[in-house]
Write a protein that binds this ligand. Structure first.
Ligand SMILES: Nc1ncnc2c1ncn2[C@@H]1O[C@H](COP(=O)(O)OP(=O)(O)O)[C@@H](O)[C@H]1O
Ligand SMILES: [Mg+2]
Length: 389
């Protein structure tokens, strides 16, 4: 027999059995929201009416968005160990390749229909590990998932978490997990590889391992329908004990040409000049992460604003893109001639002598001079004298 919203009912019961009124009322609020969305307005109204009659302390907790007693804090520093945000639906832009987007959608469906899946014995714990190079959108994906689910995003950074736990009882950890069990939310463990590096660390291994094991135990003790996301830049460092705990796994690749095209269009927005060569831009930005595209877009837009222009300068955009790619690739272009030689090598058509002269506000003769500087060393990082502009 099917019993819709069993998850919420059980959480309300848990709260009652633990004399945890705010937990019960948080989940009753969620139940009312869900019923209302399904058109059961009368039932939702009756639940909310009951909640409105709750004692003052509980009512306060509801008003504060279920934040009874504030966020958990470190017992020594009193600093908050969790960061809370509530990204509004539609406020987060996420660009993913088709296959990846589909996996995220499947995850969302699993969260939304958890009870039905469970009944059919097809449910998996709602835990997803996001992994990929820095700047590919892992944190952004966590925000997007929370916004789509309409749940607050509670972020704990594992690197700070682990160091805050060293030399401490596991009280900090317990507080975090107690806190998140009491309210509908998405728990996001960012920089999750800190766990893996902690495990392999020589120094103080006993202490670190104790902390990591405590964290994994707390994850195991979560109810299966708590939404847990974790992000890692170094998936190779994570051992099978960690992978096993995440039935959903989402690799985030660098964007392909089509996706870069979308990102540029979105991020440049109205600042894009009409004649902008999108095809060339998308091709030439091969290897760029979403974060790099965003950074270059912002920098170039800022440049346009300061120049009092409504549109960005296309060559300036390519210049910043090329230099950012060089930096991301480990080329330290220390001098102006390094920079100019790099651009010239990158694309002689975009960066003609005249264009370079315009961009750097010098004569073509001067550009020629820069190009001949450090002859035979083009594009390589050099630490010679600083060129004068
Ligand atoms: N796939 C993407 N879709 C949308 N924005 C992205 C994407 N990848 C990166 N970004 C942009 O770059 C910034 C940094 O990305 P972030 O999600 O923090 O990367 P990561 O957590 O993987 O290191 C974000 O604020 C976002 O604006
Ligand atoms: Mg991140």
């Amino acid at each position: 027999m099917s019993f819709p919203h069993l998850s919420e009912v059980l959480k309300i019961l848990d709260g009652a059995l633990r004399s945890n009124a705010s937990m019960s009322s948080n989940y009753a609020g969620l139940l009312a929201d869900k019923l209302e969305q399904e058109g059961e307005r009368e039932i939702a109204r009756r639940i909310r009416e009951r909640l409105a009659r709750a004692p003052a302390a509980v009512a306060y907790a509801q008003d504060a968005g279920g934040m009874a007693g504030g966020l958990p804090v470190d017992s020594e520093s009193r600093l908050e160990t969790l960061d809370i945000s509530t990204p509004a639906k539609g406020s987060v832009h996420l660009f993913l390749p088709g296959g990846t987007a589909k996996r995220v959608e499947e995850f969302l469906q699993s969260v939304r229909h958890y009870d039905r899946l469970r009944e059919a014995r097809a449910a998996m714990p709602l835990r997803m590990l996001l992994y990929g190079a820095p700047g590919t959108g892992k944190t952004q994906a966590a925000r997007w998932i929370a916004s789509e689910l309409g749940l607050p995003l509670l972020t704990a950074r594992c690197d700070t978490l682990i160091s805050s736990l060293l030399g401490q009882t596991s009280k900090n950890l317990r507080r975090i997990f107690d806190y998140i069990e009491q309210r509908p939310c998405v728990l996001f463990l960012d920089e999750f590889d800190a766990l893996a590096s902690a495990r392999g660390n020589e120094r103080d291994i006993g202490e670190l391992q104790r902390v990591v094991i405590a964290l994994l135990q707390n994850i195991d003790a979560l109810s299966d329908n708590t939404v847990l996301l974790a992000a890692s830049n170094h998936e190779k460092m994570l051992d099978p004990a960690v992978w096993r705990r995440f039935p959903f796994q989402l690799p985030l690749p660098l964007p392909d040409t089509a996706l870069r095209h979308q990102m540029w269009q979105n991020m440049l927005g109205e600042f894009a000049p009409e004649a902008l060569d999108w095809q060339l831009l998308s091709t030439k930005s091969a290897g760029a992460s979403g974060a790099l595209i965003e950074q270059v877009s912002l920098d170039t837009k800022r440049h346009a604003v300061f120049a009092g222009s409504a549109h960005i300068d296309e060559e300036e955009l390519f210049r910043r893109l090329s230099l950012s790619l060089a930096l991301a690739d480990g080329h330290a272009l220390a001098t102006l001639s390094d920079e100019i030689r790099w651009l010239r090598n990158w694309d002689t058509k975009i960066f003609s002598l005249r264009e370079l002269a315009r961009l750097y506000n010098v004569s073509t003769r001067q550009i020629n001079h820069y190009l001949q500087d450090d002859h035979g060393n083009a594009g390589k990082p050099t630490r010679k004298r600083k060129a004068q502009p």
